[in-house]
Design a protein around this ligand. Sequence first.
Ligand code: F0G
Length: 357
Amino acid sequence: MAWRGIIEEFREFLPLSKRVKPVTLLEGNTPLIPSRALGRQLGLSAKVYFKFEGLNPTASFKDRGMTVAVTQAVGEGARAVICASTGNTAASAAAYAARAGLDCIIVLPRGAFAKGKLVQALMHGARVVAIDGNFDAALSIVREIATTYPITLVNSVNPYRLEGQKTAAFEICAQLGGRAPDYLLLPVGNAGNITAYWMGFTEYYQRGLISERPRMLGFQASGAAPIVRGRPIAHPKTIASAIRIGNPASWDKAIRARDESGGMITTVTDRQILRAYRLLARYEGIFAEPASAASVAGLMKLAHEGYFTGRKIIVCVLTGHGLKDPDTALSGGQRVITARADVDAVIKAARLRRWRS
Ligand code: F0G
């Protein structure tokens, strides 16, 4: 049967009343892609997979949470939704609001988000407000507005968001043939996603659908690593704008996921993120956005430290698509070769002579 979106597929695990008709773009069912190069290059005997969440309808994992949050909002009679965002939540909220016929208000840190995400929010008709402040300031503003106006907050402090996002854990277990991976690696920003994955694995475990839960390995950019440093960061800095967050809303829950799973939350540098980002595109054929590459940067860092031993199963979550952020992609010095419009000039420009048989 054709995929029906995460609400229909996982309804028994979601706290929605049966009567609510899903607001869906048929999100979820994203591929778990085996690594062909990186795992081997790192000398791992483990099997490495990428859960490519960039293949959701708005090209990030946020759609899993947004279908549930917006469906619930409609069920409660909401007419508008609001969120703060580093970009992906905005794109997703705008799309699902458009689908549901709701107004959508978005508050973004000015000049600090990837172009593709802004384009998505605007195309879907959201009212976009850019503030002179970072994500944390934007989140506190929308939280306050949502307490005084009849507008539903769809940031991950809305519990329906995490309920939807946990379904990615269910899919991974199914894709691995009814087991969890040994390690789950993912970027950590506002810390909702690591919380949601842990909820998902824990529910499957408690229902006896899997016999072990993974170690949760979260990665923050070293200039935006409040959880690792143990204190909020007033001016978080990283090339990975999606996770440029200094005071994560789900801080405590992320720490619980880390500790209950026997995992860790640690840092990766921007250099490591950019290297992983480019290697992933170049040698795996997978174009994920810089924040997503934090999971792969983490894989590389821990592999070099000898953290992974034996024939384990490792899943790196790739949270968003690389096309969202063309500016970072093009900052790597690659260039287009120009040529006159004739065969010889193109052969020369493309350096094809060496291929002649
Ligand atoms: N990866 C991407 C591509 C993201 O957009 C985000 C968060 C994360 C990872 C981190 O997930 O916050 O659950 O720990 N983006 C939010 C946004 C903050 O506004 O789009 P998290």
